[in-house]
Structure formats: C-alpha cells, structure tokens
Design a protein around this ligand. Structure first.
Ligand SMILES: [Zn+2]
Length: 331
C-alpha cells in the first residue's frame, strides 16, 4: 500500500491569524525557490502570487492529487487547538462547511472535523487527532484524546509542542498524553525540527527532547516529523536507540535535492536505522507539486552511480513508500 505519511487539510485556524501563520511559515521557502522575490524585502502585493496557500483545503482535492501519483491512502493531520499565540484562534477549522459537521465552527470540534473526513472517505484517509495540554488543562486534553479515539474512531495523534509552547518531555503536560496514547495503543506523530514561523519555540523542537519519551514509553509508537530537520542526526540517534521510533521525510522532501535525500537514507542505514523506520511524506499540499516530489523520490536510485552508494532495494523503497507507516501505525 502506498501511503503519504504527512498531509494537511481544511484550515489551520481562523483568519487573520491563520494567514499570518502560513505567511511566516512559507516565506523563506517561497523566496528560496523563486515564487516570491528574494532580491529585495517583500511587500504585501507579492503575496498575490501565493494566494491559494491561504484557502481551506478540500478532501476531494487531496484525494485527486494523491491518486495521480498512485497513493492509496493519505495521512491527514489535525491541528492542535490554541488561542494564546500571536496567530489567534488556531486549530483544525472548517470555515466553508466541507465536513458538514453541524453547529457553529469551534476550536473544540477539530477532531470532529477530522472524524467526519475519515467517515466520508474511509478508504482514502488515515486521520490523526490533535490535542494540546495547554489548551484549557492537561486533563481535558487527555479526555479529548480518549474521545477522539474511542468515540470518533480516529487513528492516532499529532502533537505540536513547539507551536503550542510546551516541552515534549514535560512530565506534567506531555507525559499524561503519552500515557493515554500508550493505553489506547495508537501511534503518535510529533512535529520536531524547525517550524519556520516566528513564534514557535525552537527549544521545544529539538528531537533529543523525545529521548525520555522513548525511555519511559518503550511500547508507544512515536514518529518524528520532518526527520527533525535541521537536527537530523538527533532524529537518527533516537531511531537507533529506540525500536519504537520512526520518522517521516516531509518538508525535507521539498528542501533537499534528490541526491541529498539519497545520501540521508544511506546515512540512516550506516548509523543503524533500517529504512522500515523511515516514511515518505510530503507536508501536502506541499511547497511544490506532489507529482514533482513523488518523481524526485522514486528516481533516487539514479544517484547511485555518482555517489558511489548502492541503490536502495525494491523492498526498502516499498517500506519507504508505505510499509514503514503501516508498521508505525500497526495497520
Ligand atoms: Zn506538516
């Protein structure tokens, strides 16, 4: 089964905070790749060329875009709720009513929106809940996680400690959530590494902070998103140490050249991380067309000759493109 391990859907918050967040997050990448000018400071009208970035993302678009590269299932990630950052009301929101969840839009319905998408498209989506221990109380977050899995039938959990401003090794805030996830036997994906908006805390995005999670919850399946870039070696170290850790290569799949990805995967292997611990993902809707990212990834072995490294085997490619996520999520 071919799986995109990392995609986003609907809206990541209410306006104008959501647009502010998306602009801050994408500015550097869009300047680096020539979508926005980089030879002078940006002005407001420059963003007109990137305006589709700020529209809510429909499930139909997500499914169609993935079908054209043969993806069977896409992992859609909820956004954790918060109302205390400079980005206003953040969370999974459905301002256009795409999910048909009744009643007024609310931050507290983020997991209901995700569940509605999974229910409408059960063959296409693997849907991750999200909670935030600093939104109200840690106890409320734990109860919401239980509701999301037991009542709403969501498949796992996504956490954003840097954006939500807590340490992922915080015994009072984060550990009760891991304990509940462990009890529910659900997989946990954690944003690690740079989130390029200005408010998220880099100090909470260092992969090594998850070492104690690995030590204290050896049965909990944990996935380090974005390979923890720029601290990819910390991410590799976690995967070497902890049999219950995986990573995805979303975002770095855009950032890196084909050769850099090929060399990274060999770096993992040499360090003792078999590739059934690494998942292909794209942070869809991505910074560039999914087809381009897919083609770049699946033709990686063309770098073998120039790098002097052996090609990845068919089995390794098959794990990267879906098998690794199946192991992580116990599918
Ligand atoms: Zn993402």
């Amino acid at each position: 089964m071919k799986i995109d391990a990392h995609a986003h859907i609907l809206a990541c918050g209410a306006e104008p905070g959501a647009t502010r967040f998306l602009k801050e997050m994408s500015r550097g990448y869009l300047q680096a790749t020539g979508v926005l000018p980089a030879d002078r400071p940006l002005i407001e009208s420059d963003w007109e060329s990137a305006v589709e970035l700020f529209s809510p993302i429909s499930p139909q678009f997500c499914i169609e875009d993935h079908k054209q590269v043969g993806v069977d299932r896409t992992v859609i990630l909820g956004v954790s709720p918060s109302d205390y950052t400079p980005y206003g009301l953040r969370g999974t929101l459905d301002p256009l009513g795409m999910t048909e969840v009744p009643g007024p839009a609310s931050l507290d319905k983020g997991n209901d929106y995700m569940a509605a998408l999974k229910e409408a498209y059960p063959d296409d989506f693997i849907a991750m809940a999200s909670v935030n221990p600093r939104h109200r109380t840690p106890g409320r977050a734990v109860a919401e996680l239980e509701r999301a899995v037991d009542d709403l039938n969501l498949d796992g959990l996504k956490l954003y400690p840097g954006i939500d401003q807590y340490s992922p090794d915080d015994r009072d805030l984060a550990f009760p959530i891991y304990a509940k996830a462990d009890e529910l036997a659900i997989p946990v994906m954690i944003h690690m590494g740079l989130c390029s908006a200005s408010d998220p805390s880099l100090k909470y995005e260092r992969p090594w902070l998850l070492d104690d999670v690995g030590r204290c919850f050896p049965d909990l399946h944990v996935l380090v998103c974005h390979a923890g870039w720029p601290w990819v070696d910390e991410c590799i170290a976690l995967m070497v140490k902890h049999p219950n850790f995986w990573c995805d290569v979303s975002y770095v799949n855009s950032l890196w050249s084909r050769r850099e990805m090929f060399e990274f995967l060999h770096r993992c292997k040499r360090a003792g991380v078999p590739l059934y611990k690494v998942c292909w993902g794209n942070d869809w809707p991505c910074f560039e067309p999914l087809k381009d990212l897919y083609d770049k990834f699946v033709t990686m072995n063309e770098e073998a000759e120039a790098t002097g490294l052996p090609p990845l085997t068919e089995s390794e490619m098959s794990y990267l493109l879906g098998g690794s996520f199946e192991l992580f999520a116990r599918l």
